[in-house]
Write a protein that binds this ligand. Structure first.
Ligand SMILES: Nc1ncnc2c1ncn2[C@@H]1O[C@H](COP(=O)(O)OP(=O)(O)OP(=O)(O)O)[C@@H](O)[C@H]1O
Ligand SMILES: [Mg+2]
Length: 448
């Protein structure tokens, strides 16, 4: 393995170099941050030891660059005994390990052994590497027919200004789709969202339409509503299913006449924004039950986009995992260089009632708890267990093991009476004997 040591103490570098080279590794040394980073780029070492106190820059800066390089290199911080805060910061930035001065050369060798093991495990496990920097954090990721259809619809609908209703379970990406449609239609204009479920009705009304001074108690100043703020852009009604009935009536008029008034005013203002609404509710059945105005429903559901649930597009999960991990790593300032393939398969097997948002939560939790740049299957299993009622994939036995246990149980139940056991299992005594041989089952009293 290639090892880089960055420390201004020349004697210490020298002794580390001799010790590490004796174990058959290639070592290069630098005594400043600038030289260290230059050597890092030139040689791309598997492991870099970085002293916290370098003459030109803080070792933490160097560590950050190494951890965020996306090369998969591991960084070990060398700190003094009193540097607890810096040590914590180093771990937060993604340090693989840290060692303390005065340096114990055996500890250095143990760290190198651990790193070698890490790289060989990673090779064996077929780790999917993650690109750390994501160019389009707001991209709709996916290649399944259902999601391609959504993207096509966005393209088609971006040509017009007709209202669009976005339907989908919670966490499927309804808001993401709304924003994408806005970006594709009127990118230079405002995108204004209003969440119909999070406000009391009176507040919601004045948020939406605005109000004049003195319109109601507490209305001390004039307020411009969100319909007006959206200008030529988009007004996004999130959770429109939760809009109270009286406001549904007011909104209907606004959509029909394309004009409205601020609360307490008679001056009409024209509606210029495009309306996009979203809901996880079944609006049609709400209409049937009288909980949602039918006329408003037909006005806003001129075109609909159904966002598929994650379980309907499991093949997109690996791609989404890669995309989400890149942005989570950036947000948390923690390097993630990959995820074990077994872990990805586990994620694909799960049912995701909370869809992409739940996937995001599970991954965030795993990244937070990971001591390693590669997310392990074990960690993902734990993270899934904590966040959701995942099915216990671990408890599922192979068919062979299950059969073996079942045959053994039947034998024990009959006291190893072959013909009785065969009858119980509805197989011939010959088949039973063959299974006893195949599975290497032994009568307990005959075990030595
Ligand atoms: N296809 C996708 N590609 C990339 N990220 C996605 C995709 N779908 C959803 N996400 C991400 O999942 C999270 C949830 O998406 P969003 O808030 O748009 O969902 P929602 O349907 O509005 O959810 P809720 O019903 O909880 O309001 C966001 O962080 C979003 O960026
Ligand atoms: Mg939403």
């Amino acid at each position: 393995m290639k090892v880089l040591v960055i420390d201004d103490n020349v004697a210490l570098c020298r002794s580390m170099q001799i010790t590490i080279e004796e174990q058959g590794h290639e070592v290069s040394c630098a005594h400043t941050a600038a030289d260290g980073l230059r050597l890092f780029e030139e040689r791309l070492p598997g492991l870099a030891f970085i002293d916290l106190n370098l003459p030109d820059r803080s070792g933490l800066d160097v560590l950050r660059e190494v951890c965020q390089s996306g090369t998969g290199s591991l960084a070990v911080m060398i700190t003094g005994a009193q540097d607890m805060k810096a040590t914590i910061e180093a771990v937060r930035l993604g340090a693989y390990d840290y060692i303390r001065k005065p340096l114990d050369l055996d500890a250095v060798l143990v760290t190198i052994e651990k790193a070698c093991h890490h790289f060989s495990e990673q090779k064996k496990k077929n780790v999917t590497p993650i690109q750390t920097v994501s160019d389009h954090p707001r991209e709709i990721v996916g290649a399944s027919p259902a999601i391609i259809n959504v993207i096509k619809l966005i393209g088609l609908l971006s040509e017009s200004r007709i209202p669009v209703l976005i339907l989908g379970e919670s966490g499927t990406g309804k808001e993401l789709v709304a924003r994408a449609l806005h970006e594709a239609s009127t990118p230079k204009c405002p995108f204004v969202a209003i969440n119909c479920s999070s406000m009391v009705p009176t507040l919601l009304e004045s948020e939406l339409f605005g109000h004049v001074r003195g319109a109601f108690t507490g209305a001390e100043h004039e307020k411009i509503g969100r319909l007006e703020l959206a200008a030529e852009g988009t007004i996004f009604f999130d959770e429109i299913g939760d809009l109270p009935l009286d406001l549904q009536g007011k909104l209907l008029r606004t959509v029909q006449e394309r004009e409205f008034e601020r609360v307490g005013s008679t001056k009409t203002i024209s509606l210029r924004a495009r309306i996009i609404a979203a809901t996880l509710r079944d609006l049609e059945s709400m209409v049937k039950k009288g909980q949602f105005r039918e006329d408003l429903y037909y006005r806003i559901a001129v075109a609909t986009i159904a966002v598929p649930s994650l379980r309907e597009r499991r093949n997109d999960i690996p791609m989404l995992v890669e995309h989400l991990l890149a942005s989570i790593s950036l947000d948390l300032h923690k390097l993630t260089s990959g995820i074990e393939e077994r872990a990805v398969r586990r994620l694909q097997a799960y049912d995701w009632p909370g869809n992409v948002r739940e996937l995001e939560n599970v991954l965030t939790r795993a990244v937070l708890h990971s001591r390693d740049p590669v997310l392990t299957d074990k960690l993902i299993a734990e993270s899934l267990g904590q966040y959701s009622q995942s099915k216990p994939v671990d408890g599922i036995k192979t068919l062979r093991d299950a059969e073996k246990e079942h045959v053994e149980a039947a034998l024990v139940a009959t006291g190893w009476n072959i013909s009785q056991t065969a009858a119980l299992l509805d197989i011939s005594p010959t088949t039973l004997r063959k299974k006893i041989g195949d599975y290497n089952l032994a009568h307990p009293e005959r075990v030595v």
